[in-house]
Ligand binder design. Structure first.
Ligand SMILES: *[C@@H]1O[C@H](CO)[C@@H](O)[C@H](O)[C@H]1NC(C)=O
Ligand SMILES: *[C@@H]1O[C@H](CO)[C@@H](O)[C@H](O)[C@H]1NC(C)=O
Ligand SMILES: *[C@@H]1O[C@H](CO)[C@@H](O)[C@H](O)[C@H]1NC(C)=O
Ligand SMILES: *[C@@H]1O[C@H](CO)[C@@H](O)[C@H](O)[C@H]1NC(C)=O
Ligand SMILES: *[C@@H]1O[C@H](CO)[C@@H](O)[C@H](O)[C@H]1NC(C)=O
Length: 636
């Protein structure tokens, strides 16, 4: 079988790639305490037959104080491992800034996993996809090296990768299984076979760097879509090749694809989808519990090891959500990463959770842990908001990280702004037609103002690139551009944000005043003097509003309903809850972790870009509203 495949490979690809197509085989040194028994197609843990049923839980999507709770609930369901990506951009937010504490304390997360009796599958990237901004890669790579070839063996990229891996892997090294820790597997790149570059040298270089720290103290692996076309560019010699597929897949043919590259050893589905991701402007995606359990059992019956993606999704707080798309398509993802997973965004068990528990009990030794119940939620009710100031007012300009003059419109990345919004302002050229026409490519969405009055919207998603200007008599044009998240998947990695080729009646717009607003966190804005305000469409620019609200007793998780509002960002006590956009949906409520609230007076701040309802109120309610839903995998 294997020889046959090798022959096919020889005819299809270069000899260089052939080397790459050697899977992990019997000659690979055994990993201390965790190894592959090729003869019997199984893993061995401390010499005994073993299979893992793991769950994905990304520490960066939930506040640290909840990590243990979620991990314990995973163990209580019968899972014996947890899988997490590591997000490079979280740990190295600036070229010279490293974060390993607080919410970025990955080492603590791994320690808690071990204490909660879970093994770990570590997915350090450098690219992770994960529906996160730029797939976890730091946008400053594009600032420092504009023509950088990310996800290839470009030496300028690999230099930064080396430093990141050195920083990360020296920290996690003591937690490898071979050093007495919980980490049994370490992934190389992420579904690299879906990326057109198909760079063998890159995969090998990553393997070699990771091997320097991991040695034979954990098993290296790759995972790819369950088709040979994906595996071809995903596997790397010395790493165990695995596949990904969901509840509607044909288990036999999906594992068949893995077998073409990994003829012996345990079957592994590294991402078995419990639910699915959701974009703005589509229904909330669900997978039926019955279909999920049925395919799970089919895999368990084959003795497969499985990682559930996601067991617990959490939230894309702030501006961390990414987008799917490519050259000509752009579909950003919602703030919630509930994913229709067995544990909800707030960590509560669902019917899917209990069905999973009951299914696993038929196959695995179960821990002596009581099953969780949903945690009580705060129903803090209606809060009235007071208008504070317009984002374009001079007093609000201090929220801008930078204000400057540029002959041509700079990208967000040139401004060293990873995300947020940028206001571009310039004079209109003389001698315009009536009507004049503005044309521009925007990434990703722009509100256009003439003489301080809103005249329309440009949208990358809707491919809206031109606007008729009914007011050619105006003097000044302002274009407020919002990043809706860097692409996290597809052939395009360099996803520049900003405004490109802006022209009016074919005349290029130049000489811009540019203000960049990170808006990642907002400190209290109470000392602004109040600007005059009218509800409805915010024709003179985004408005900042605030509210105080009281929490009696210990703070609980709650959901902020943005129903009837337009599009914006909400902050509680300085924490950015993420983007809201109920008009487009499906998500209507934002999850508010109780740990970000305090007993007594709390502060809500809202930056509303577009529309403020007549009643200046939002509601903290006890139940989430993720909008209309779509069952993408139904019961058979
Ligand atoms: C699943 O795939 C196998 C192997 O390709 C095939 O024999 C079988 O008919 C498929 N099953 C279904 C239900 O399509
Ligand atoms: C699963 O493992 C058991 C125990 O080792 C073995 O008896 C059985 O044949 C295996 N099943 C398959 C489908 O490999
Ligand atoms: C399970 O845990 C409970 C409570 O901690 C304990 O009372 C009981 O003895 C345990 N049962 C087993 C079989 O260990
Ligand atoms: C740009 O900024 C300068 C200096 O603050 C100001 O005088 C000018 O009016 C601004 N231009 C526009 C188009 O806003
Ligand atoms: C408001 O408070 C902030 C932080 O204390 C301060 O930096 C800023 O200058 C103040 N602004 C005004 C308008 O007083």
């Amino acid at each position: 079988m294997w020889k046959l495949i090798l022959l096919v490979v020889v005819t299809l690809t270069s000899a260089m790639e052939l080397v790459d197509h050697t899977p992990l085989n019997n000659t690979t040194p055994h990993v201390y305490g965790f190894e592959i028994d090729y003869e019997n197609n199984q893993f061995l843990l401390d010499g005994k037959p073993f299979r893992y049923v793991s769950g994905s839980f990304h520490y960066f999507r939930t506040p640290k104080v909840y990590w243990r709770d979620r991990l314990r609930k995973m163990r209580a369901a019968g899972l014996n491992a947890v899988s997490t990506y590591v997000e490079w951009s979280l740990h190295q937010p600036r070229p010279n800034v490293w974060r390993w504490d607080g919410e970025a304390d990955i080492v603590e997360f791994l320690r808690i996993a071990q204490e909660e009796d879970l093994l770990v599958l570590l997915r350090p990237g450098p690219y992770i996809c994960a529906e996160r901004d730029l797939g976890g890669l730091p946008p400053w790579l594009m600032t420092l090296v504009p023509d950088i070839k990310m996800r290839t063996n470009d030496a300028r990229y690999m230099g930064y990768v080396e430093v990141y891996f050195q920083q990360l892997l020296t920290r996690v090294e003591p937690l490898l299984r071979g050093n007495g820790g919980p980490i049994i597997m370490v992934q190389i790149e992420n579904e690299y076979g879906s990326f057109p570059a198909c760079d063998v040298k890159y995969r090998e270089a990553l393997r070699d760097i990771i091997t320097r720290y991991v040695g034979n103290k954990a098993l290296l692996y790759t995972t790819d879509g369950s088709g040979t076309s994906y595996l071809r560019c995903g596997v790397v010699a010395g790493a165990y090749a695995t596949v990904d597929f969901g509840a509607s897949a044909n288990v036999t043919s999906s594992f068949g694809a893995m077998r073409k590259y990994q003829p012996n050893g345990p079957l592994v589905n590294s991402e078995y989808y419990t639910g699915w991701l959701t974009h703005w402007d589509e229904a909330f995606q669900r997978v039926s519990t019955a279909a999920f359990i049925k395919t799970l059992k089919a895999m368990l019956n084959l003795n497969a090891s499985i990682n559930l993606y996601m067991m617990y999704g959490g939230t894309n707080f702030g501006f961390t959500a990414g987008a799917n798309g490519g050259e000509n398509q752009y579909t950003p993802q919602i703030t919630s990463y509930d994913y229709d997973a067995p544990l909800t965004e707030a960590g509560d068990p669902t019917d899917k959770y209990f069905a999973l528990h009951d299914a696993l009990a038929e196959y695995l030794p179960m821990p002596n842990l009581s099953l969780p119940t949903a945690a009580p939620k705060g129903n803090y009710g209606v809060v009235g908001l007071q208008p504070v100031t317009r984002l374009f007012d001079s007093q609000a300009r201090r929220l801008a990280a930078k204000v400057g003059f540029h002959k041509t419109a700079p990208t967000f990345e040139q401004l060293d702004l990873p995300t947020g919004v940028v206001l571009y302002e310039t004079e209109l050229p003389a001698g315009l037609k009536d009507p004049a026409v503005l044309s521009a490519d925007v990434a990703d969405r722009a509100l256009v103002y003439l003489d301080d009055y809103l005249v329309g919207t440009l949208s990358r998603t809707l491919k809206l690139k031109a606007l008729s200007l009914q007011n050619p008599y105006a003097k000044r044009i302002q274009i407020l551009v919002e990043s809706q998240g860097h692409l996290n998947f597809g052939s395009v990695v360099q996803d520049w944000k900003g405004i490109f080729n802006a022209k009016v009646d074919g005349k290029p717009l130049k000489n811009w005043n540019v203000s960049s607003f990170p808006l990642d966190n907002l400190q209290p804005v109470g000392n602004f003097s109040v600007t005059s305000f009218t509800s409805g469409n915010q024709v003179n620019g985004p408005f900042i509003l605030r509210a105080s609200f009281k929490v009696e007793g210990p703070p609980l998780d709650t959901y902020l309903s943005t129903k009837e509002w337009g599009k914006g960002v909400a902050y509680v006590n300085g924490h950015n809850l993420g983007r809201y956009w109920p008009k487009t949906g499906p998500q209507v409520t934002l999850y508010v972790p109780g740990t970000w609230l305090k007993t007594g007076i709390n502060e809500l701040i809202v930056i509303e870009y577009e529309y403020v309802p007549a009643e200046l109120r939002m509601v903290f309610q006890g139940v989430p509203n993720l909008g209309r839903s779509h069952m993408r995998v139904k019961n058979d």
